[in-house]
Design a protein around this ligand. Structure first.
Ligand code: FAD
Length: 386
């Protein structure tokens, strides 16, 4: 069976690797000529790492990952520690260390493993058609590609999704803007082995270690959508949004490089029940576009890839349509649940519900780690490897 995969992001490349490992032919078609991931880094939680391990990437991803042994919340304004605890009980419970990694390095690793020769860059899908024998993908340059199945791993603004659902999909604004990038680790900002987050006023600032002595940083600020995205104003905007905040936050703003910082408005998509139409399946953000409030969007894409591969190998006799439906039946409830969980978490974190936000700040001051670890573990444990 031959698979046409649209999109060379985390979802498309993991799918390509999973299918090739099982002996299927897979070709990836990517719209852009030069892949530049939106976002500096990503926390790959234990469920995602287990998928990468299964795909034969255990050592590669461990080499890219930061050692995140502890977690702390600090009061954004005073800098005072609200809670500080070890993440080792989480790792023992779920049986795998999570790794925050550089996105560009993750992308390069996946591309290398899949095989660059099978990634066709500058190929923008315009439409597709199904025949009795397969699916034909049509590209902007007039060329076509034919496969037995087509996987739409074409991200949050997926056009394959329009085909599968038969209607355009609205993306819903999550109420906040995120700035993210990388800075060199300096322990005057935060400990090198911890995920440290400052919270207050519905805003947050976070630092996570990745390999190469770097911190992944991000800032979240509740703002209306559609404000100008002016790189030259990133620092002054952040200074204004975080005026009066603790000194490590001010130092971080001073150190960041606006040229390598990303600014993104955060959206999600209301979950929908089926990710399949005929021989065409959705995977990754095209199927479950979640806000990053649980750090699970990319991990879910890795899970999708593993489960799709499993369905193809275990149900060869069913034929393409039925095995894709099987994949969708297995994955859509989990994807939908995490989109809604992330939305709920984001509403509390970003003060969309101010009373819930204040209650959460009060809880953090009482937190010993157990509740937070239970929450993170519950996101991880629904994956294909438990
Ligand atoms: P994408 O990475 O968007 O890839 C889709 C690809 O398809 C793109 O390369 C695009 O160019 C291509 N494409 C689009 N249209 C076409 C077309 N018509 N023809 C051909 N190609 C096309 N997830 C985590 O697990 N942990 C985190 O810590 C985390 N943090 C995040 C922080 C932020 C600020 C954001 C915004 C997201 C975060 N996520 C995180 C989510 C994660 O980034 C996504 O879930 C993940 O990148 C989705 O991968 P994908 O392959 O489905 O889509």
């Amino acid at each position: 069976m031959k698979a046409t995969i649209i999109g060379a992001g985390i979802g498309g490349l993991c799918t390509g690797i999973a299918l090739k490992r099982l002996g299927y032919e897979a070709q990836v078609y990517e719209a852009v000529r030069d892949i530049r991931p939106v976002g500096a880094a990503i926390s790959v939680w234990s469920n995602g790492i287990k998928c990468l391990n299964y795909l034969g990437l255990a050592q590669d991803v461990a080499a890219l990952g930061g050692q995140m042994d502890a977690m702390a919340y600090r009061d954004g304004l005073t800098g005072e520690t609200m809670t500080d605890f070890s993440l080792l009980p989480l790792m023992e419970r779920v049986g795998q260390r999570p790794y925050p990694v550089s996105r560009a390095e993750l992308q390069a690793m996946l591309m290398e493993k899949f095989g660059k020769e099978d990634v066709h860059l500058g190929m923008c899908l315009t439409h597709l058609e199904e025949t009795d024998e397969g699916v034909i993908a049509h590209f902007e340059d007039g060329s076509t590609a034919e496969g037995d199945i087509l996987v739409g791993a074409d991200g949050a603004r997926s056009i394959v999704r329009d085909y599968v659902r038969g209607v355009p999909t609205e993306r819903l604004y999550s109420g906040y803007v995120n700035w993210n990038g990388l800075v060199e680790i300096d322990e005057t900002l935060a400990p090198a082995d911890a995920w440290t987050t400052w919270v207050g006023e519905g805003k947050r600032v976070s630092l996570m270690p990745i390999a190469g002595n770097r911190f992944y940083f991000f800032f979240d600020v509740p703002l209306p959508p559609g404000l100008p995205n002016d790189r030259a104003a990133y620092k002054s905007d952040l200074r204004e949004h975080f005026s009066g905040w603790a000194s490590p936050v001010q130092d971080l703003i001073a150190r960041l490089d606006p040229d390598t910082t990303n600014r993104v408005e955060i959206f999600d998509v209301e979950p929908f029940p089926s990710w399949v139409r005929g021989r065409v399946a959705l995977l990754g953000d095209s199927a479950h576009n979640t806000s990053p409030d649980l750090g699970q969007g990319g991990c879910l894409a890795m899970e999708d890839a593993v489960v799709l591969g499993h369905c193809m190998a275990a149900h060869r006799d069913l034929g393409p349509q039925k095995l894709l439906q099987r994949y969708s039946d297995l994955r859509a409830p989990r994807g939908g649940e995490l989109v809604l969980r992330a939305r709920k978490r984001g509403a509390v974190t970003h003060g969309l519900d101010p009373a819930a936000m204040e209650a959460w700040y009060a809880e953090l001051r009482q937190e010993t780690g157990e509740n937070i670890i239970n929450g993170i573990a519950s996101n991880i444990e629904g994956g294909p490897f438990g």
